[in-house]
Design a protein around this ligand. Structure first.
Ligand SMILES: [Zn+2]
Length: 118
């Protein structure tokens, strides 16, 4: 059932292949992936003082999120097709909390699901 997420992530043309699945009451609302596209809501300042935005998969779906939704984040390695660590970065975590997401799970290095605790 995750084939579509994998297809989306593998086809994103980026170095990292991450997919985020937004669920509402268990049903998939949207599948997002990381990209070079920018979105003004998620502009961030980098340590060197420049502004930019690489949209992470989580941010891609957060635009459509409602409080109480769940998010699953997965990452694949192109060479092996296996799963990898997909823990949301601090920047995404902040936005996830602000959006009122109920439950966030992500794949770890072993390809197992972990739940984000805060
Ligand atoms: Zn992130």
């Amino acid at each position: 059932m995750y084939y579509k997420a994998k297809e989306t992530a593998m086809g994103n043309g980026e170095q990292y292949h991450v997919a985020a699945i937004l669920r509402r009451k268990g049903r998939v609302v949207r599948i997002g992936t990381n990209s070079d596209k920018t979105h003004p809501r998620f502009m961030r300042k980098y340590r060197d003082g420049t502004w930019g935005c690489h949209m992470h998969a989580e941010m891609d779906v957060l635009r459509f999120a409602q409080p109480g939704d769940d998010i699953e984040v997965m990452r694949w390695i192109r060479s092996t097709g296996g799963l990898a660590m997909a823990k949301p970065c601090e920047h995404c975590q902040k936005h996830i909390i602000m959006s009122g997401i109920r439950r966030v799970t992500y794949t770890n290095e072993e390809g197992n699901w972990e739940r984000l605790v805060r």
